[in-house]
Design a binder for this molecule. Structure first.
Ligand SMILES: Nc1ncnc2c1ncn2[C@@H]1O[C@H](COP(=O)(O)OP(=O)(O)O)[C@@H](O)[C@H]1O
Ligand SMILES: [Mg+2]
Length: 405
């Protein structure tokens, strides 16, 4: 079972490369599901057929479609992940409680309603859906056509951030309310969460449980960064690579899409060709040793399984598009002399940008707009931080035996 995430700036070709990869994998005999977390329903455009919020079979190669008589043995299904509905069903009760609580705290009506919407919560259900698809046993490959970078990064950082938040807010409340709830209700008018609220939180947790492990397991999940050889696109992709690494996701390829083919000799494109050449070099140097895959600007829009399959063939050549194309280890713990080193892949950063705080058994890592809390394994938690420095692409935090131990 493999999961492939395709991400990148808007318009670079995420949907196209994701769809092409899905078609190729299906034609190679895999049972493939492609789903999209992008609210723009572009999968339907790429396959030129309507795609709903349940698994929709996509006929391959213009043929009869998946089935015993089909020319190919694999199958392709597509699905638009629309998590908003299920969020309301699963979370409605919690939201009502939060509204009551915020209302009590002084926020009124609409304001409380708005504040009670934890940003990104609906998207978390999208992640849970990916886990469900992956664990259903129905598919060999789940391809995820992600929303543009910013949303996707927020999405992928959510299990981490939310987990941290929920661990702290709800269990404490629960312990409190179990014992004193009836009393509390009589004494003060603070809204107290009902068992229903806690059940909803627990169910929510159960859905989310393991999502992070699945998506950060490099043997299962690889992220592929789609870029165009243009300065702004490459700059954003570098940041994306850094943040994906920060949250432990394995980037296994950079897809350089929309290269101007040699056949274009019109001088009108000279400046574009020069930019592309320059950016290609920047990509090669910058993303090394991540494998690069190249695709030319096609002479026509890449719509429908036949064109997508041809596009995938030019991209992956003879390669297996489902394989893990690189193993970069975003996280590693290794002994070095008397110290133990926690090493994190953080490319394109300078030490000055990284914010590192140790608190108890947690390490807080801040980088730009993103923060990650890392719960230290026991072997590290009992040690103290001896120092941290950037070593090439990797941030290394050294832990030593506590002084006096
Ligand atoms: N290499 C390419 N050659 C020609 N057209 C392309 C190529 N890559 C993408 N396109 C077209 O560009 C448009 C945007 O691509 P899309 O995959 O939807 O981008 P994204 O999902 O990143 O927003 C689509 O119409 C697609 O067919
Ligand atoms: Mg798209």
């Amino acid at each position: 079972m493999r999961i492939l995430l395709f991400t990148g700036k808007g318009g670079v070709g995420k949907t196209t490369t994701a769809a092409a990869t899905a078609v190729r994998a299906a034609e190679a005999g895999n049972r493939v599901m492609i789903c999209s977390t992008d609210p723009a329903h572009s999968l339907a455009d790429a396959f030129a057929c309507p795609i709903g919020s349940s698994a929709t079979p996509i006929p391959l190669d213009g043929g009869p479609g998946p089935g015993p008589d089909a020319a190919v043995s694999g199958t392709l299904h597509a699905q638009q992940l629309d998590a908003r509905e299920r969020l309301e069903a699963a979370w409605g009760e919690v939201r009502q409680y939060l509204v009551a609580l915020l209302d009590w705290a002084g926020a009124e009506g609409i304001e409380a309603e708005e504040l009670a919407v934890i940003p990104g919560l609906d998207e978390v259900f999208g992640l849970a859906d990916i886990k469900e698809l992956a664990e259903s046993g129905d598919y060999d490959l789940v391809v995820v056509d992600c929303a543009p970078t910013a949303e996707t990064l927020r999405l992928l950082s959510l299990p981490d951030v939310l987990g941290w938040y929920m661990d702290r807010v709800f269990p404490a409340q629960r312990a409190l309310t179990r014992a004193v709830r009836p009393l509390l209700r009589r004494v003060v008018d603070i809204p107290v969460a009902s068992d229903g609220v806690f059940d909803a939180v627990r169910r929510f947790y159960a859905r989310l449980d393991g999502v992070r492990e699945l998506l950060t397991d490099g043997a299962v999940t690889s992220a592929r960064l789609v870029v165009n050889p243009e300065q702004l696109v490459v700059a954003e992709a570098r940041r994306t690579f850094t943040y994906l690494s920060l949250f432990g996701y394995h980037v296994d390829a950079v897809i350089v899409n929309r290269l101007l083919p040699d056949a274009i000799t019109d001088p009108w494109f000279d400046a574009w060709k020069a930019v592309q050449l320059e950016q290609l070099t920047a990509i090669r140097i910058g993303f090394e040793p991540v494998p690069l895959l190249y695709a030319d600007l096609a002479p026509e829009e890449l719509i429908g399984p036949t064109r997508l399959a041809a596009f995938a063939a030019s991209l992956y050549r003879d390669g297996d598009c489902t394989a893990r194309l690189a193993d970069l280890e975003p996280f590693r713990v290794e002994p070095r002399g008397a110290e133990v080193i926690l090493s994190m892949l953080l490319p394109f950063t300078t030490g000055a940008e990284v914010d590192l705080v140790r608190r108890g058994d947690e390490l807080f890592l801040g980088l730009g707009a993103y923060r990650r809390s890392i719960v230290l394994p026991d072997a590290l938690a009992r040690r103290e931080v001896a120092g941290a420095h950037l070593h090439g692409d990797r941030l290394e935090v050294a832990f030593r035996e506590p002084v006096g131990a």
